[in-house]
Design a protein around this ligand. Sequence first.
Ligand code: FAD
Length: 469
Amino acid sequence: RPLLLWFRRDLRLDDHPMLTAAVATGRPLIPVFILDPETEALGAAPKWRLGRGLEVFAETLQGLGSRLIFRRGPALDSLRALIAEADAAGVVWSRAYDPASITRDKTVKAGLREGGLLADSHPGHLLHEPWTVETGQGGYYRVYTPFWKAVKDRPLPDAAPAPKALRSPDTWPASDALADWHLGAAMRRGADVVARYSIPGAAEAERRLADFLDGPVDGYGERRNLPAEAATSALSEFLSLGEIGPRRIWHAAFRRMQEGSPGAETFLKELVWREFAWHLLYHSPHIATANWREDWEAFPWRDDNPDAERWRQGMTGEPFVDAAMREMYVTGRMHNRARMIAGSYLTKHLLTHWRVGLRWFEDCLTDWDPASNAMGWQWVAGSGPDAAPYFRIFNPATQAEKFDPDAAYRHRHIAELTRHPGALALDYFRAVPKSWDLAPDRPYPEPLVDLAEGRARALAAYQRRDTAA
Ligand code: FAD
């Protein structure tokens, strides 16, 4: 009897423990992707990017003589229907660690096993399962550095190679057409524009990893904070959809470290920040929507407001912040330094709740990752574990001088600031909705807030909170 391979955010063939185990059973294999309510709920850009990733992955499976079956509906119902149609023995999948997926997967596992069916989950999305990394006292890590020390020398199995072929069933169950799902429908911005900057698929991920380890990794330690440079790996959107596995990246970068690449260890540490984010989300799931530290719930952040709308539009009049917001809108990604500056500006200078920013990122990022996004926002706001202290209020102007000294990043993204704007700056205006009423030939706006005043206001609010706490 065949086995269903339930793919979710693991759209690759190598470094894939579930696939390796499934191939080893010798059974015919039926790869399936389900558009369940949890997936329907994705933000616009992640959903669009998922659709593009699925297209490529379906082709890859066809190249192995297999297929990807598309079904829509609640996961357990869809799987049961498929099992009945294909007379399958059961289902296997790679684990997910966010609260909604955990709830769904528990229901699926219990439901299938109740019916005497096989239902097994496998690792693969992370380097280490979150429950296997424990502090000396037996709890989870709340601080990054000890977490890094705990995992850096841990043995890690090699990444398995991709199978050469997948055994097909005698007959294939029916499949929806992926195009009929219109996964890009919610993209308010020009999807054709963003598509220029986002190439999906495992082959592209491999290429980026190879290119990065071939050169940029050496200078990563010094240059990774410079948003105008292509100094980072740009692997996040592939990691997010599992188009590349973290173990492959770990082993490849580890080898470069042993060969003496000066930046490789810093890069491994960043990869472990992703791991730490998932560790936190798994052990304190409320971090996805609420302040990690409960005493922050009373902090007087503003809900959504017109200033926040200017922030979303990249029209705050603060060039580093606007460049960051426009970069995200037009490319689907934002440099890490820029995420910190844009986030700090929203939560501190504009005293707006981090959730407003988190939601916008969730809608706009092609590399959206529930764990890194939640951790990043709470780090910036000061409410998370191991977060920036409240008095760390990034000044976007001095940050710009330091990390974008020749204004290359700001000019690349803000047409109004240069006489000859480039493609990226102009593409922004092609991507934005008409209702925003933006044009490249209008004057660049005056700053929304005076930086010194904004800083003083934020400090006062943060200090009042400290006194009250
Ligand atoms: P590289 O510098 O090449 O790093 C390699 C990998 O390490 C990344 O692909 C990523 O998986 C991981 N990594 C690097 N920095 C971090 C970090 N600070 N936190 C967690 N993992 C990290 N990252 C996402 O993948 N998705 C998100 O939704 C996301 N939201 C964020 C929101 C905020 C407010 C902040 C401050 C950070 C957020 N990050 C998020 C983390 C980080 O900005 C990105 O992972 C990074 O910019 C991706 O670029 P890269 O692949 O070139 O990274």
